[in-house]
Ligand binder design. Sequence first.
Ligand code: PLP
Length: 398
Amino acid sequence: MTRIYLDNAATSFPKPPGVAEAVYDYMTSYGCSINRGCYSTAYHIEEMVYETRLLLCRFFGGNDPAEVVFTKNVTESLNILMKGLLKPGDHVLVSSMEHNAVMRPLRQLEKTGVSFTRIPCDHNGRLQASSAMPTDDVFPESLIRSNTRAVIMTHASNVCGTVLPIEKTGRFCKEHGLIFIVDTAQTAGILDIDIEKMCIDALAFTGHKGLLGPQGIGGFILNRRLAEQLEPLLSGGTGSVSHTEELPRTMPDRFEAGTPNLPGIAGLNSSLKWLKERGTASLYEHELLLTRHFLDAIRPLEDQGLLRIIGIEPVKQLFLPDRVGVVSVQTLKHDLSEIAYQLDSQYGIQTRVGLHCAPSAHKTLGTYPTGTIRFSFGWANTFDECDAAAQALAELCN
Ligand SMILES: Cc1ncc(COP(=O)(O)O)c(C=O)c1O
């Protein structure tokens, strides 16, 4: 049985050619640390790390590679940003589509006196506009309080693939003097992201999803104005200013204590170069076509009352970036977990089932507490695989 991997929203697979080799090459030919050793291989790896910062900086429209900080993943990035920034008495706004990578740190912070309000979204995961709102507003101004400090928002839902209006929200935040933090877990490497144009103050990314790198590497880009206000979550050796026991003030060292994940950075370096060469637009186009194709193939099952498709209708205007390649369904006559199990065991189709670490998003979409079966497409998936998944679903749902 051939394996059909449709769980790219969890982590992308396969990685582009060259990524595994870059990790292997680092491990077998270099294997040294950075900022500590005075020898040629250490210098070579330092250059590779700097080049990766530069690639990320350009990729996200940043100004300065020193503003790119490496972490393990977007969860760690969001923890560092939120816990370093928010103080007792602060209030933040989050969308009702957030992942627990945002909500759990926020729940922890709530115990210290930080409060939050959810910006309501509709049953398709879109920010809910009210007729009383001026057209340029993304959410009612009345949600902003005198102590509102920041808006934290996912760029796209990991449950239904709906893209949130990041650029409009960024402008709105700028006009209202709010810090704007974006979780790009489901869009980095897939949609064009420009931190300047989108007025993003802090962008959190993970390396192993759309950026097509290995697991265990992620980071954030933080403008210097905000960096000044951010208390580092971790402290320790950086290999710089070693005469003092105080953390350096300079970026990125201030937020990068300890030895970084160098094999991970080597892999990410390779995947970023591949993405640059292929162009995210063509990869997104492929993902969107697969999504439309799959949705068209399963819509008759919805018409027959066998399943419910969650989220917005597929884009009519082909490249309007209002959704990414994530499709959630609920089977109406059979247990979701049973179907997901059969998809894998009988057909080799690998999906994710249940609640996808985003209870608030599930409540918004009306899929709580059962959850959904999630099919998520990536650059290497084919139309034949979409057809096979739709066919298998039809056989199992009947
Ligand atoms: C929207 C969103 N945010 C955050 C995360 C967490 O990503 P990571 O596990 O790489 O930190 C995910 C992962 O599924 C996600 O989909």
